[in-house]
Design a protein around this ligand. Structure first.
Ligand SMILES: Nc1ncnc2c1ncn2[C@@H]1O[C@H](COP(=O)(O)OP(=O)(O)O)[C@@H](O)[C@H]1O
Ligand SMILES: [Mg+2]
Length: 310
């Protein structure tokens, strides 16, 4: 990608072309000469530009060996008071999908259909995460490790052809390290703690396992949507708040000790009952049981999930 200073004849209306916004910036639908349409992420003006610098750096690293389920940019640049990253345009994101559309009618009718849907999308995300967490790069097979640290439905973009991709690496990190080194983040996630894992409360830092927890939370929401529809996703959210101290986290605290949110436990039990007879869903439900685990030592890694599926 490479950061450069250029001024493109990009046309957009900052109100009507707004596609979405998070804590770091706003994303617009923009048009370039030749009627080519893209997504443009404009970072909020910030004195130190940390968010832009961080996302641009992580994406630049990931671009060297692109993964099909990671949303990669086309270009990034700086202007006087803002910074920009241009991406291919996605159709929607997973947050909007599971709240505003009905699940495809046939995905629960046969093992084959269920596998085509869940196998493709959820396995793709898991493979992408495995690749971010640890990879051997180049001829010298240098060890590269990383994390995303803001996995949630709004950060999963859905591209034409129904390809689900991990996006928004503002909170991520990636670096080349020695054999046993690990990297940590002292923040639970950027701002949104909803999908964060409970270990932050105990250890005051998080690493790759928090991504796995978040992915498990996303999988569970997708299954709730697939089996019960979009209204059930919102109800599940509201019900989690009752135990999450006003926040819809997937964990809660019992006398200050983190535990699985009882609403999540109930949702998993209901799901397991509904999945009987559909093998791909049973496997997914088993995986969710292994990743929404409070104790980091016992939580599965991305490698383990990918291996279990195959
Ligand atoms: N490539 C894209 N195409 C279309 N919409 C996108 C694209 N990337 C992000 N969005 C939308 O913009 C929102 C905010 O983008 P994101 O990169 O997550 O910014 P932030 O770091 O501020 O959270 C996303 O939740 C999604 O709805
Ligand atoms: Mg985001």
């Amino acid at each position: 990608m490479g950061t450069c200073v250029v001024r493109l004849p990009i046309i957009f209306n900052s109100t009507t072309d707004l596609l979405g916004q998070g804590n770091a910036g706003q994303v617009f639908r923009v048009r370039l000469p030749g009627n080519r349409i893209f997504a443009l992420k404009r970072f909020l003006p910030s004195l130190d530009r940390t968010d832009f610098d961080n996302e641009a750096r992580v994406l630049e690293e990931l671009e060297d060996n692109p993964h099909p389920c990671i949303s990669l940019p086309i270009q990034s640049w700086l202007e006087v008071d803002s910074a920009y990253i241009r991406f291919p345009l996605a159709e929607t994101d997973l947050f909007k999908l599971i709240r505003t559309t009905a699940p495809p009618a046939n995905i629960l009718t046969t093992d084959e259909n269920a596998d085509r849907f869940f196998g493709r999308h959820l396995a793709g995300l898991c493979e992408a995460l495995r690749y971010v967490h640890e990879a051997r790069i180049g001829r010298q097979q240098r060890r590269r490790i990383g994390f995303h640290h803001d996995i949630k439905p709004a950060n999963i973009s859905i591209f034409p052809g129904g390809v689900w991709k991990l996006s928004d690496f503002v909170s991520g990190d990636i670096r080349f390290v020695g054999a046993n080194e690990e990297i940590y983040n002292r923040r639970p996630s950027t701002w949104d703690r909803l999908y964060s894992a409970p270990e932050f409360v105990i250890e005051g830092r998080v690493s790759c396992p928090t991504d796995i927890w978040s992915l498990g939370a996303v999988f569970l929401e997708v299954l709730v949507w697939a089996t019960l529809g979009g209204d059930a996703v919102q109800q599940f959210h509201d019900k989690r708040r009752e135990y999450g101290g006003g926040r819809a986290t997937f964990w809660s605290q019992d006398e200050a000790v983190p535990c699985l949110n009882p609403t999540v436990l109930k949702a998993m039990e209901n799901l397991e009952a509904r999945c009987v007879g559909l093998r791909p869903l049973t496997v997914l439900a088993e995986i969710i049981r292994k990743v929404l685990v409070v104790d980091v030592k016992d939580r599965w890694t991305a490698v383990k999930i990918c291996d279990y599926r195959s």
